[in-house]
Design a protein around this ligand. Structure first.
Ligand code: MLT
Ligand code: MN
Ligand code: ZN
Length: 295
């Protein structure tokens, strides 16, 4: 199995268009590498890629993917999309796939489908364009990804419903365990971890490669900068450090661990920061767009 991080930043990307925080300012001064919004692709051997989360930066991300264009006037670089939540940064890219010549295959929980056919009706809209071939991700089940030897299992990772749901009940995030019947490696992908409870910890321990929530360094990153009132937990993300932080547990895993979904305010993005040294000295990889892992 091969996994490629095609977008390593959280919502807004890095630097974020309207942000002058020290980290975004640092990127504009060349002290950090720009990054696009959160997404990965995964494949087995030469089988088609599956996209996991569809970011608003999807078109540029797909342009970088090697694609066999010998099969006629249209070729699709991906066999389908798997969604871990209904957040805008993980779903807005679905609309950018509307030129698909076949119905778009989308795997998600029923809760995410409900959100994407009600308050944020991307799937309803796509029905009028390419059509949607929706497939359920059931808790506790192993779901084969059609056209490949890959399968995914889901587990709850907590977190708030998307803001656009208002007070209505909405989906919270899941993590994915990806296995390949043609190989031995296990990929665990958790772009949102609200809390490292027993379930999440047990799942992380199964991974040979773990791509984990690196959104915030401290719980009050945004609040301290005066950029928001909600702290990391209110946004569904445990911080890396401080009380309830995930860094030590991630570092202790017997796996290759890379941080993904890194918010533009997170000082680990600055190559010369003390915070980056803390994460790197703990053995964690600070992911960048285009980074690949073979399992
Ligand atoms: C999240 O990761 O918590 C969301 O994408 C935040 C947002 O609404 O932008
Ligand atoms: Mn997000
Ligand atoms: Zn910023």
């Amino acid at each position: 199995m091969r996994v490629r991080i095609i977008g390593s930043a959280a919502g807004g990307g890095f630097p974020q268009w309207n942000c002058n925080c020290p980290v975004c300012a640092g990127a504009r001064e060349g002290r950090a590498t720009p990054r696009t919004q959160s997404s990965i692709v995964v494949r087995s051997g030469e089988d088609p890629w599956y996209l996991v989360n569809a970011s608003p930066d999807l078109l540029g991300q797909l342009a970088e993917l090697p694609t066999d264009r010998s099969s006629g006037m249209r070729s699709n670089p991906i066999a389908g999309v798997v969604l871990t939540d209904g957040e805008i940064d993980h779903t807005a890219g679905l609309l950018l796939l509307r030129e698909s010549s076949a119905p778009l295959r989308v795997y998600s929980t029923a809760r995410v489908r409900d959100a994407l056919t009600s308050d944020y009706p991307l799937l309803t809209m796509l029905e009028r364009y390419c059509g949607v071939d929706w497939r359920p991700l059931e808790p506790g089940a192993s779901t084969p990804l059609e056209g490949t030897t890959l399968s995914v299992e889901t587990f709850p990772t907590g977190g708030d419903a998307p803001l656009y749901m208002g007070d209505a009940p909405g989906p919270s995030a899941i993590g994915l365990t990806v296995r390949d019947s043609a190989g031995d490696g296990t990929l665990v992908y958790v772009p949102a971890i609200e809390e490292l409870g027993e379930t999440v910890s047990a799942r992380l321990a199964e991974g040979d490669v773990v791509l984990a929530d690196g959104t915030f360094f401290r719980h009050d990153d945004l609040v301290a900068l005066g950029l928001g009132e909600r702290d990391s937990w209110a946004m569904g993300h445990a911080p890396l450090t401080g009380e309830g932080g995930t860094l030590e547990a991630l570092a202790a895993l017997d796996a290759e661990v890379a941080l993904v979904h890194i918010n533009n305010t997170n000082p680990i993005l600055l190559e010369d920061s003390a915070e980056r040294s803390v994460a790197e000295d703990a053995g964690l990889v600070i992911s960048e767009d285009g980074m690949e892992f073979e399992l």
